[in-house]
Design a protein around this ligand. Structure first.
Ligand SMILES: [Zn+2]
Length: 251
């Protein structure tokens, strides 16, 4: 969106502080609208005086007061819908998709379980509480990653000849992995969502930090030696993580 030509302040009590004004040579009349994010936008034909613009804004205030809460309510509802737990979860690392099933029980917590044979992700307990479902899923994800990643890392360690000390699994929002100076490697449980070649890239990346504790050219040479296509994998990791359902991305 282009930058507004002018910002008008809106009188207090309307729920919005400013109105973005855009001059337009196509507009025939003054027009005001509330955008989906709750901000105000006015389109003004060229040649209209500042006073006319201000008067129009004041005239529209009852309409803004009436309409703004509706728009905000709709936006909040849409957002809520977005963050709903998905109907199915793909754990690409395991090469499987699990449909989500819920069983309400009179408990104050929720348990989550993967049924590999039935391809189902079962939640039971306080399943009407979205927060409780997410907490159970987070724990399940960590447990599942904990039972898969250390072994995969050990295999890669053998293949590359680069040793590490300990492998821990965490649920993190911003990092896919890390390697400490004393050789402990931490991996993000969310890597389970993606195919194994993506986790492999992160694991090799962290192993190579055992030789180069930085992202210098020498470091990337190490990575390239084991994974010539690391750039494509890194791009894919970014693409896949942006495509995750909102509820999973926020874990
Ligand atoms: Zn790194």
């Amino acid at each position: 969106m282009r930058k507004p030509d002018m910002l008008l302040s809106v009188p207090p009590g309307t729920g919005v502080e400013t109105c973005a004004v855009f001059f337009s040579d196509r507009a025939r009349r003054l027009q005001i609208r509330i955008r989906a994010d709750g901000s105000l936008q006015m389109t003004v034909p060229f040649g209209v005086s500042g006073k006319t613009v201000n008067d129009f804004l004041l005239e529209m205030i009852p309409w803004i007061r009436r309409t703004l809460p509706q728009v905000r309510h709709r936006a909040a509802a849409a957002k809520k819908k977005d963050t709903r737990f998905p109907d199915a979860v793909t754990l690409g690392f395991l090469g499987e998709t699990f449909r989500t099933e819920y069983r309400w029980l009179d408990k104050c917590w929720t348990a989550a379980r993967l049924d590999r044979e039935g391809h189902a992700l079962h939640f039971s307990g306080c399943v009407l509480d979205g927060g409780s479902v997410l907490a159970a899923f987070s724990e399940l994800l960590k447990r599942t990653a904990q039972s898969a990643f250390p072994e995969a890392l050990a295999d890669l360690s053998e293949r590359t000849g680069i040793a590490f000390r300990r492998c821990t699994v965490r649920l993190q929002s911003s990092r896919w992995g890390s390697c400490s100076a004393d050789g402990n490697i931490s991996l993000n449980a969310k890597l389970l969502f993606f195919p194994p070649e993506i986790a492999e890239y992160v694991m090799i990346h962290e192993l190579c930090h055992r030789r180069e504790m930085n992202h210098s050219a020498a470091f990337w040479r190490e990575v390239s030696a084991f994974l010539p296509d690391w750039k494509a994998r890194r791009r894919e990791l970014r693409r896949l993580s942006e495509g995750l359902p909102e509820a999973l991305r926020r874990l």
